[in-house]
Write a protein that binds this ligand. Structure first.
Ligand code: ARG
Length: 559
């Protein structure tokens, strides 16, 4: 709408002294409804037109002519525009009925975006921090697709590094095959913790671990066999979580995948004389930040070395226009270093690499920590959320069909929404009761609004058609329609600002405004506006479902 209004105003401005985009950026939503739907302040034009803003406003206001505008009022230096409600309503509703689920889809770009997200560490529990990366990354991937990009979803598994040397040693010393088979992640974590405890008094363990990792890096068959087993057992557990969240990846090429691909990066660094020796280790000096460690004294590679190899591999494989790394803000320095190394190597595409950081998940205001007993396992959280949702259903709607399915969709939707409704850099507090509340700013509230509309449409036996009735609706419908109109803009904004919370806030607001409308309107009364009201309901349900889907949340039809 703002684009359209901007071009209408542009036609009324003398001598094209301002561009469409500039006009669009100046447009405001007036504070009070009686001042119109959109306002254009003329103050910035005063200089170039050499006239007072109120004179300019009067002159431009006089020139504005369009079917979309019902009335133009000038107040001081402001031009206040009242949209032609009927015209706008018809246009928006028709668009949504025709496009249906693809409403808001932007033009196809022929550009690839790689999104590196989730990326848990094998042999360790899937933490709440990884959950944040998973849901934020998945939403960004969906949003990028809606913006016309081709997205490659990459799970950069943490499956390599000195910690696997420790695990190999610990398993050989104290491991029991059956127990690991039964609950791999739990048992492997125990072994890992035991290793650290024992290593405090027994220094030789660390030495053994180093050589065990060396063996792994050199493809020693016995070490490889154990590692492969640990990995597949861990992946099995992770995949259950992804299935529950309905998240898929195009690639699980994690750190180990780059084992054979790091040498060429090290060689190139050497050739370009970027590598310096420091206490036997090889580093790249970066001037204003700490050096980036490339290989240790014993030749072992590091997390950063693998990220360098990964960046080159992806560049060759996908030629992405952008790469997003959705990783907690505690890794900010790591990514700065990696990007800077690539830039020093002379590759301008280092500018396409973007760390997308996020804040912590807190429990009672504090960081979750394994040692202090504040750790929460995602598996348990998902289970509890679904159980709570299930109890809610038993209480409020015990005859519902498909109860188990709906409980899954609501419980998991609540968790995802609780995360995404906040700007990603904010820390978020973990509270199940708050997340599962059916009122307030929650996922179930939005889902519930969608389901409620669905049942209205069902009662009325409504079917969408391309023919818009276009009767003028009640005033409270107007706010809903204006918001529906802004959905495509919310989609571009959330992509440009790399911020899924804009979509979450959008669906919340749409649900709220619709419920306000619904509280004041008898939708099913059979009068001549009934069909228009139902078409509005259909449009709202479509956009709610669509928005939730971008966030990775299902919309049950009844709940
Ligand atoms: N596995 C890492 C961790 O849990 C995250 C990996 C993020 N991706 C990357 N390309 N470094 O901390």
């Amino acid at each position: 709408m703002y684009k359209k209004i901007a071009s209408i105003i542009q036609d009324a401005v003398p001598q094209k002294i301002i561009t469409n985009t500039e006009i669009e950026q100046l447009l405001e939503k007036p504070k009070y409804q009686h001042l119109g739907d959109i306002a254009f302040p003329c103050f910035t034009l005063a200089k170039s037109l050499k006239k007072a803003p109120n004179v300019i406003a009067l002159e431009i206001g006089d020139n504005i002519k369009s079917d979309f505008i019902q009335e133009v009022q000038v107040v001081g230096g402001y031009i206040n525009l009242f949209l032609n409600k009927l015209q706008v309503t018809r246009e928006v509703i028709a668009k949504i009925m025709i496009a249906h689920e693809s409403y808001g889809q932007q033009e196809i770009q022929q550009k690839n975006i790689v999104i590196d997200f989730s990326s848990p560490n094998i042999a360790k529990p899937f933490s709440m921090g990884h959950l944040r990366s998973t849901v934020i990354g998945n939403a960004l991937a969906n949003i990028a697709e809606k913006n016309g990009y081709n997205v490659i979803r990459v799970n950069h598994l943490g499956d390599w590094g000195t910690q696997f040397g420790k695990l190999l040693v610990a398993f050989q010393l104290w491991g029991e095959k059956e127990r690991v088979q039964q609950s791999p992640i739990e048992e492997l974590l125990k072994l890992y913790v035991k290793f650290h405890d024992e290593a405090e008094t027994n220094e030789s363990l660390n030495e053994e671990a180093r050589s065990a990792f060396k063996a792994l890096e050199d493809n020693d068959p016995q070490a490889m066999a154990l590692w492969t087993w640990f990995k597949s057992a861990s992946l099995q557990e992770f995949k259950q979580i992804y299935e529950q969240l309905h998240i898929q990846f195009d690639s699980y090429e994690g750190e180990a995948f780059y084992n054979e691909k790091m040498q060429s990066v090290v060689d190139e660094l050497k050739k370009k004389q970027l590598l310096t020796e420091s206490d036997g280790a090889n580093v790249v000096e970066l001037g204003d930040m700490p050096p980036c460690l490339i290989t240790k004294q014993d030749g072992a590679t590091l997390y950063a070395t693998r990220d360098l190899a990964a960046a080159f591999y992806r560049q060759a494989q996908y030629e992405p226009s952008q790469v997003f790394y959705v990783v907690g803000n505690e890794q900010t320095l790591h990514f700065k270093q990696v990007f800077q190394v690539i830039s020093k190597m002379g590759y301008p595409w280092s500018g396409n690499l973007k760390h997308v950081p996020f804040g912590m998940m807190l429990k009672d205001g504090k960081k979750m920590s394994t040692r202090k007993g504040r750790v929460i396992l995602l598996k348990d959280v998902l289970k509890e959320a679904v159980e709570t949702a299930s109890r809610n259903i038993e209480e409020k709607n015990p005859t519902l069909n498909n109860k188990q399915n709906v409980a899954e969709q609501v419980g998991i939707g609540a968790i995802i929404f609780n995360d995404l409704k906040n700007f990603r850099l904010n820390d978020i507090e973990f509270s199940l009761p708050q997340m599962l509340n059916f009122e307030g700013e929650t996922g179930p509230y939005v889902q519930y609004t969608h389901a409620r509309i669905h049942s209205i449409l069902e009662k009325a036996k409504f079917t969408a058609s391309n023919e818009v009735t276009g009767k003028e609706l009640e005033d409270s419908a107007w706010e809903v329609i204006k918001l529906l109109q802004q959905y495509p803009q919310a989609i571009t904004d959330s992509f440009e600002q790399v911020d899924p919370s804009l979509i979450a806030k959008y669906v919340l607001q749409l649900a709220r405004l619709f419920n306000k409308y619904y509280a004041n309107t008898k939708i099913l009364v059979e009068d001549e506006q009934q069909k228009s009201r139902l078409q509005l309901c259909f449009a709202v349900a479509t956009v709610l479902k669509n928005g939730l889907k971008l966030l990775g949340i299902k919309s049950p039809e009844s709940m």
